[in-house]
Write a protein that binds this ligand. Structure first.
Ligand code: SIN
Length: 592
């Protein structure tokens, strides 16, 4: 465990979660972990190329974060818009830390990727007369560029279409399955995953899916904070697995806080209702209790400034006024527009006793999106051979220090397709060269029960303690002091469990809640270590004690790996050196 002084704590060896040995196993060419837009797109494209694919997902196929996406998917589809303009807006939002090659791939391949999504069955809102896709605006976009579906139910429609396509393609799926750890072969290459299936039947309890390639698409980690727009399943499992497997993660300090989340009271916990940026895109105003539009004069785009700027503007006004929230006023839309354009948000507000047609909506920022994650190159390859990552779990370099609104669904689509291409090309060249498939290699190693050394599992109640620590120490506004206290308190959570293990030989029982708590703790440690190290304010990392952006010292990424003894290695790199060093530069460039 990393102490603020950099020393590892004793008794923290952690290369695998404590879990029973796998009681069942199945084989595939590709195992995809996660069933949002990224996971299901990767699965469909790999299957279309002839691969045997297994999709593993934590709840039901349509239960991930994608389903909750409201605003839409950004792509240069409108007249007069170009990938270059989309690139410019993305780079500005990313505050100097985007990888331009990755952004270029996103914006140039994005429009066709959306068309392929439509061909897969997704239906976007279109003009009745012309059939043209309707586009809206969100923060940071200088143009109407966001395609939406069902008004404000874009993610639900994309999820519906992809789930239907996966079922129609007959792809093997394992639902209610929490992924545990990566399996590797004797050469250190990914060879599948261990997982725990909550259910009954042929695949029940801890098992293994062996595969030549593993695609992580597990979504986010919003549950490290008390209040988040993320569903309960977003517990950072993919990032934690990748860390234990030795992969590099990057940019974890950049957690995006969505500016307008329905405020449900000071003690509201868990998943909170989102009020999409598209509501501001269609003309809603942010006001304080006196009705003053406080974002005017703070940015040329006022309420439609990039998300970090709006979140900071709200937080500042809340502090000045001693208020717990601000308001979003869209009464001027009228009932008809609310019902047609934002039916989901209207229903959520009304379910909580607020009628946006007649009153302003109380809103406050809440944790929304991890801009960082498992570091990948332009083909979605992580630093562990055979392990890929896409969607929110990944850090492709697209988002930099702050994701541009509605770029995430697009990133999931584009990079999932790139991963499928890479996996397919690799399988084809292996066949052409008559190479044995790695999954058939005899020397595959699997984590033995107890391979976690002396690392304890945390009790399920630790989840709430971690959320409390992170909300108070590493939330939207941070300082060296708050982060150091958070690091200490996180250490204590672990140390108590480790001491009990040493003293009584006891640790929390392996199970979904204790594995999740242990994963949350690991990603929280990494986030705090990176946020403590980054002594500046940039994008969605806001340091009260270092209020300026410092390009001379900090136009660089923080890369973190987990050592087998449980300590964290945190190092920084130049922004320009973003693609992982394992990927030859020429190879990454050839794709763009
Ligand atoms: C929103 O609709 O405001 C969320 C969209 C996003 O997070 O990109």
């Amino acid at each position: 465990m990393t102490r603020p002084n950099g020393r590892p704590a004793a008794g923290t060896a952690a290369t695998a979660l404590r879990a029973p040995a796998p009681g069942w196993a199945t084989e595939a060419d590709v195992v995809v972990v996660g069933s949002g837009v990224a996971g299901l797109t990767a699965a469909l494209r790999c299957a279309a190329a002839g691969a045997r694919v297994t999709v593993v997902t934590k709840a039901r196929l349509d239960d991930g974060s994608t389903r909750w996406a409201q605003g839409g998917i950004a792509a240069a589809l409108g007249e007069g818009d170009t990938p270059e303009q989309h690139l410019d807006d993305t780079l500005v939002a990313g505050a100097g830390l985007c990888d331009e090659q990755a952004v270029r791939a996103l914006v140039t391949e994005g429009p066709d990727a959306v068309r392929r999504l439509i061909a897969t069955g997704a239906r976007f809102d279109a003009d009745d007369a012309t059939g043209e896709i309707l586009l809206t605006r969100e923060g940071g976009h200088h143009r109407r560029r966001i395609a939406h579906a069902g008004g404000d139910a874009t993610g639900a429609e994309i999820s519906r279409a992809l789930v239907e396509a996966v079922r129609a393609a007959g792809i093997d799926t394992v639902e209610n399955a929490l992924v545990l750890d990566l399996l590797k072969d004797g050469s250190g290459r990914a060879a599948g995953v261990t997982l725990h299936v909550m259910g009954e039947g042929r695949r029940d309890g801890v098992g293994a899916v062996r595969a030549d390639a593993v695609v992580l698409a597990t979504g986010g980690m919003g549950q490290i904070f008390s209040a988040t727009t993320n569903p309960a399943v977003s517990t950072g499992d993919g990032v934690a697995l990748a860390l234990r497997a030795g992969a590099e993660v990057s940019d974890l300090e950049f957690v995006q806080f969505h500016p307008t989340v329905l405020w449900l009271g000071p003690d509201a916990e868990g998943q909170q209702p989102l009020v999409s940026e598209a509501v501001r895109g269609e003309g809603a105003h942010l006001v304080d209790a006196d009705g003053v539009r406080f974002m005017r004069g703070q940015h040329e785009l006022a309420e439609l400034a990039p998300r970090d700027i709006v979140a900071k503007g709200i937080m500042r006004r809340m502090r000045e006024r001693g208020a717990e929230h601000m308001y979003l006023d869209a009464r001027h839309f009228g009932a008809e527009m609310w019902e047609r354009r934002f039916p989901t948000i209207l229903a959520a507000c009304r379910a909580h006793g607020i009628d946006p047609v007649t009153e302003p909506i109380p809103v406050a920022p809440a944790a929304h999106y991890a801009s960082g994650g498992v570091r990948t190159d332009l083909r979605g390859r992580t630093t562990v051979p055979g392990l890929y990552a896409c969607g929110e779990v990944a850090c492709t370099g697209v988002h930099g220090a702050n994701r541009l609104a509605s770029n995430s669904l697009l990133e999931g689509l584009v990079f999932a397709e790139r991963i499928a291409e890479d996996i397919t090309a690799r399988a084809e060249s292996a066949r052409a060269e008559g190479r044995e498939r790695p999954a058939a290699a005899a020397e595959r190693t699997e984590p033995a029960p107890g391979a976690a050394g002396d690392a304890p599992l945390l009790a399920s109640e630790a989840r709430y303690e971690i959320q409390h620590i992170m909300t108070h120490g590493a939330g939207v506004l941070r300082s060296a002091g708050s982060l150091a206290r958070a690091a200490d308190r996180l250490d204590r959570v672990h140390d108590e469990a480790a001491a009990q293990l040493r003293r009584d030989g006891k640790t929390a029982e392996p199970g979904v809640e204790t594995w999740e708590a242990t994963n949350l703790h690991l990603v929280a440690r990494v986030l705090v270590a990176a946020a403590l190290r980054r002594e500046e304010t940039r994008g969605c990392h806001w340091r009260e004690d270092r209020p300026e952006r410092d390009d001379a010292a900090w136009r660089r990424h923080l890369l973190v790996t987990l050592r087998p003894d449980g300590a964290l290695d945190v190092r920084s790199t130049d922004s320009e050196a973003f693609p992982p060093p394992t990927t030859p530069r020429a190879e990454t460039e050839s794709r763009t």
